[in-house]
Design a protein around this ligand. Structure first.
Ligand SMILES: Cc1ncc(COP(=O)(O)O)c(C=O)c1O
Length: 360
């Protein structure tokens, strides 16, 4: 019988800590839709300060944070947003910017490091002379860290350059910063500096930071005033939301400092995987808390069979394509969990591939 669970599917799986539960239990709350929740207000002020933006707004999820941000920047019919073809907004958010917001996506290829070539972004900006035919480019979106590119960090230099380009063409820049604190820690750049060029940022509190629920968007007063209205439209106005903000406060205070440890453990994990000859991993590409690894061609494993076999040991990982598996480290994964998971992977591979070279 398995007695140990090592959940590496995502950094969204964390459970609230005792400190979070205690803070939630005694949070001072009121009706936030009426603008009266003191804990929400304190939290929003603090995160706006940390992010170096005028105002912040707590929202239920990263998806809603991105949707609201894109819709605020693209509030005129016929608007277009430039974003990465491998970005979370484009792939995993139900096409909400189009289906709900009527915003047209113009994708630019994401490089393996999560960036888009600046000249390709510039080439994607619509020529205003074609206004009769073309949608109007209003926004560029970046994602930092870039989840589908393995949790890669987008540098401050690159972000500044995209910001300059946006200003040159009178566009806005939004950052899907679901894991911006991971990027800030890994790059050694204060988070406010990393997002300085952005008009808005959406930050997930329930990923690496470990809060149970919520995201926050930051920007200037005008942006947040419009965002607040849209949040209500989308059903994201919550009443005694200070309960959630209290946990997020603890997450900010206690867990940012732990992210460097998560990144170190991700490296240990990736290095350990190199010993399994049926798998391949580029350990040097691990920059933050994510490790993507491939099943070697010709091996009798598949991501599905490996993850299924691992489940029997209580180790949970996520198949992400027909050849690769994703593992995400978070603050509730210890170094001993990492070594346990590596041992289980070796054992699972042996169990699937029989000594005579055939698969079970
Ligand atoms: C990069 C990125 N952006 C946005 C989101 C959406 O966040 P949520 O799951 O809170 O809607 C995710 C979720 O995994 C993500 O990885």
């Amino acid at each position: 019988m398995v007695t140990r669970t090592v959940d590496l599917r995502s950094d969204t799986v964390t459970k609230p800590t005792e400190a979070m539960r205690a803070a939630m239990a005694c949070a001072d709350v009121d009706d936030d839709v009426l603008g009266a929740d003191p804990t929400a207000q304190r939290f929003e002020e603090e995160i706006a300060r940390i992010m170096g933006k005028e105002v912040a707004l707590f929202v239920p999820s990263g998806t809603m944070g991105n949707l609201i941000s894109v819709l605020v920047h693209c509030d005129v019919r016929g608007s277009e947003v430039i974003l990465g073809d491998n970005s979370h907004i484009h792939i995993y958010e139900n096409g909400g910017i189009s289906t709900i917001g009527g915003v047209h996506p113009k994708t630019v290829k994401n490089n393996p490091d999560g960036t888009m070539d600046i000249d390709q972004i510039e080439a994607a900006i619509r020529n205003p002379d074609g206004a009769l035919y073309y949608p109007t480019t209003r926004l560029i979106c970046l994602e930092n860290t870039h989840a589908n590119c393995g949790g890669k960090c987008i540098s401050v230099d690159y972000t500044d350059k995209v910001g300059e380009l946006a200003r040159k063409h009178d566009l806005k820049l939004h950052i899907d910063g679901a894991r911006i604190f991971n990027a800030s820690v890994a790059l050694g750049v204060p988070v406010h500096r990393l997002v300085q060029a952005a008009d808005s940022v959406s930050v997930c509190l329930s990923k690496g930071l470990g809060a149970p629920v919520g995201s926050v968007i930051v920007g200037n007063k005008d942006f947040i005033t419009k965002a607040k209205r849209l949040r209500k439209t989308l059903g994201g106005g919550m009443r005694q939301v200070g309960i959630l903000c209290a946990a997020a406060f603890v997450a900010l205070q206690d867990n940012v400092a732990k992210l460097a440890d998560d990144h170190k453990k991700a490296k240990i994990f990736a290095d350990g995987l190199k010993e399994v000859k049926q798998l391949s991993v580029d350990a040097s590409s691990v920059e933050t808390n994510m490790v993507f690894f491939d099943i070697n061609e010709g091996s009798l494993l598949s991501p599905g069979s490996l993850c299924q076999a691992l489940e029997k040991f209580g180790v949970l990982a996520m198949p992400v394509s027909s050849t690769s598996v994703r593992v995400v480290i978070h603050h509730q994964i210890s170094e001993s969990d990492i070594y346990y998971a590596l041992t289980c992977i070796k054992q699972a591979v042996q169990e699937i591939i029989l000594p005579n070279g055939t698969a079970k």
